[in-house]
Design a protein around this ligand. Structure first.
Ligand code: SF4
Length: 702
């Protein structure tokens, strides 16, 4: 029996794995506090990929003569990769090699990947798919609080809030075990507010549901703060003692009266007033954002606007109150702390900080001058591939770019233009299928490593079974390539030794793991960072006395609503938004292959009024078109979505052919959640021409 954690989302539910004969079975681990033994169906079926017929167990190399992938030995594959990287590096310089990581990699792998890129290859071109997930919340939290930890308090604190506001989060579907906190909150007399363009299962549990047009959450927050200020609900004492910048914010929200907010967001002024009254009368308000608010070209500003609301009410740092981000990917938190991000070094240090470079270089045993500077962000890195300015080789670890990148047709073309694409994965993902070399690596339960969950709790995924013959860990792959590339320092392959090194590299940084060990994690059900020394208890709750800014005060930031980069017009008259479904995870490379999880494929969710106008029928195919591509999928007709909006889940190839690659200026997060689209039935099953979709002068469908 091995106590470990689920391979999927950021809740990192505890579970026990039991090997029965050849079968690996999932059991509850009730003592682990985050989920108390509960799992969603993805967790219960997580062993479904073990022994899967599509599991990769031998390196594959693309044969130049046939163009097909063929089996190869590890030495042949690694020698080939290293020699091609050397040639390209010698001819074009180190930045011609790019490295792309993932928010599902363990802390050890994410740390090692940043070091591998900068030391073994010498490239600045390293980033990861978490840039597309939580980076707007991260940049907002860094700006407002001086530090970015998704939740600055344990998740269970939710239960004790008076009002919980969820902005763009569908946690009842994306992390069902967390939804029990909503029920307990309500049992305690608290109230839940959900802000979402779709009436999701989470919204069904809400006391107040607010349904704005996609991409207008920022305007909603401005209008809310306008009303709170007008009602005298601002905590002036807290604002004076613990913050700076409120006067600018107060001025900036003055013009956001409710009727103007209604025109922009589609939220009735009465609903906004009801929300303001709810918050004004509560002692403990908690505001949590997720991808619905964050994955926008204005994602950072949107989060800042909601942080402004929380600060004006005096909540951050108060007990059972404040602001937090519900991280998405399994290691979305740890993955952004230890150096696989283009502008960062371990411990959440910035790569352009001379003191940070000095510290990390000393731990790595190299000269600070050897470390390259900041590279391109994830989408910009991919967008430049194969161009004169961009990289000509790409190494991918733990990411399925072909499915998960925005404007995916363009990104796939960039991947196809590479001189060398190397993918380390457990199955033949859509990205691996394009690779010149595919390296089969160990998966969850076959390897040990730490993750940092959405609370900032560092937990340990223990190895429960041996990997199949022929596969190696990502750490082995990096060490093998580093040696062949004549790295100035060797690369460790033992996860616990890598974690100890990560601790030294993070010491003194914002995300300080120096006092955390595998044994402590086992004994304490995880340890919250920062934890600078072995005798430090860890930090479950932050900001009680001060914020992590230079003067200890939180920053109000005045922001303006601009709206999505692309809004509906005559040619593309509808809003498109994307998201997840209960049974699938991220690009679906894993969950689509688990037999016990339903794989119904993509669908196009739309309101009955819209379907009637379009001539679309439930279950019949429709085509969604944007300026970047199109997707054909069955219509799913539901009354829970706005009539001017369609929704497509992103777990299957196609959704991201539609999405917009407009980037947030601060976080470089693409605008996955809002763009303009047109929808038409593939055939009119009544045999009549499909009615045209007319628009109002404002661009909204009539
Ligand atoms: Fe796994 Fe997340 Fe489901 Fe928990 S909620 S079982 S971590 S996918």
């Amino acid at each position: 029996m091995t106590n470990t954690h689920c391979p999927y989302c950021s809740l990192q539910c505890g579970m026990t794995l039991e090997l029965k004969g050849r079968a690996l079975e999932v059991r509850p681990w009730p003592e682990f506090p985050v989920n108390e033994g509960a799992l969603c169906r993805k967790g219960w079926t997580a062993t479904g990929l073990r022994g899967h017929r599509e599991r990769l167990t031998t390196p594959l190399v693309r044969d130049r003569a046939t163009g097909e992938l063929r089996a190869a030995g590890w030495d042949e594959a690694l020698d080939l990769v290293a020699s091609r990287l050397r040639e390209l590096r010698d001819e074009h310089g180190p930045d011609t090699v790019a490295v792309f990581g993932g928010g599902g990699l363990t802390n050890e792998k994410a740390y090692q990947l940043g070091k591998f890129a900068r030391v073994a290859i010498g490239t600045s071109q390293v980033d990861y798919n978490g840039r597309w997930c939580m980076s707007s919340a991260a940049s907002a939290a860094n700006r407002a609080f001086g530090i970015d930890r998704g939740l600055p308090f344990p998740l269970a604190d939710i239960e004790h809030a008076d009002v919980l506001v969820l902005v763009g989060s569908n946690l009842a579907e994306t992390m069902p075990p967390a939804a029990r906190h909503l029920d307990r909150l309500r049992d305690h007399g608290g109230q839940v507010v959900v802000v979402d363009p779709r009436r999701t299962p989470t919204a069904d549990r809400a006391d107040l549901f607010v349904q704005p047009v996609p991409g207008t959450d920022l305007a909603l927050a401005l209008g809310l703060l306008h009303l709170l200020d007008a009602a005298g609900a601002v905590d002036e004492e807290y604002v004076a003692a613990r913050t700076t910048g409120f006067d600018d914010v107060r001025r900036s929200v003055a013009a956001w009266w409710p009727e103007r907010v209604e025109r922009v967001t589609g939220v009735p002024a009465a609903d906004l007033r009801a929300l303001a009254a709810l918050l004004a009368g509560a002692d403990r308000v908690m505001v949590l954002t997720a991808r619905g608010a964050e994955q926008h070209a204005q994602g950072t500003d949107t989060v800042l606007a909601w942080i402004d609301v929380a600060l004006a009410l005096g909540m951050p740092g108060a007990e059972f109150a404040g602001y937090g981000c519900l991280t998405g990917q399994g290691n979305g938190q740890g993955g952004r702390e230890h150096g696989q991000k283009a502008d960062q070094l371990p411990g959440y240090r910035m790569i352009d900080d001379p003191a940070a470079r000095e510290h990390v270089a000393r731990v790595w045993g190299v000269e600070p001058g050897l470390l390259p500077g900041a590279g391109r962000s994830a989408y910009e890195l991919l967008d430049a591939l194969g161009t004169d300015e961009g990289s000509k080789a790409l190494l991918v670890f733990g990411s399925n770019i072909v499915v998960s990148a925005p404007n995916a047709t363009h990104v796939t073309e960039r991947l196809a233009s590479l001189d060398l694409l190397v993918v380390a994965d457990i199955v033949m993902s859509e990205t691996a299928a394009m690779a010149d070399v595919v390296l089969p690596v160990t998966q969850w339960a076959e390897e040990t490593g730490t993750m940092t969950n959405l609370e900032g709790r560092v937990i340990l995924r223990e190895r429960a079974v041996s990997p199949p013959d022929g596969v190696r860990s990502d750490l082995d792959v990096m060490a093998g390539l580093a040696e062949r590339l004549d790295s100035p320092v060797p690369f460790e392959t033992d996860p616990e030794a890598v974690f100890a090194e990560l601790g030294r590299a993070s010491a003194g940084g914002r995300a300080d793991y120096a006092g955390i060990t595998y044994d402590r994690i086992r004994d304490e059900h995880g340890v919250f960072w920062p934890c600078p020394t072995a005798d430090h208890a860890g930090t479950p709750r932050m900001f009680a006395d001060s914020f992590a800014t230079s003067d200890g005060r939180a920053r109000f930031v005045a922001v303006e609503h601009r709206g999505p980069a692309e809004v509906p017009d005559a040619a593309y008259p509808l809003h498109l938004t994307t998201g997840r479904v209960l049974a699938q995870y991220q690009s679906g490379a894993q969950t689509r292959r688990v037999r016990d999880l339903p794989d119904d494929g993509a669908f196009v969710e739309m309101h009955p009024m819209l379907a009637t106008r379009l001539g679309a029928y439930d279950g019949e195919p429709v085509v969604v078109t944007t300026r970047r591509g199109e997707l054909k999928a069955p219509a799913r007709i539901v009354s829970t979505i706005r009539p001017d909006t369609v929704f497509v889940p992103f777990h299957w190839v196609g959704a991201n052919r539609l999405t917009n690659d407009a980037l947030d200026p601060a976080s470089r997060m693409p605008e996955f959640k809002a763009c303009a689209c047109a929808v038409s039935p593939v055939v009119d099953v009544r045999g009549a021409p499909a009615p045209s979709l007319e628009t109002t002068s404002a661009g909204a469908p009539t």
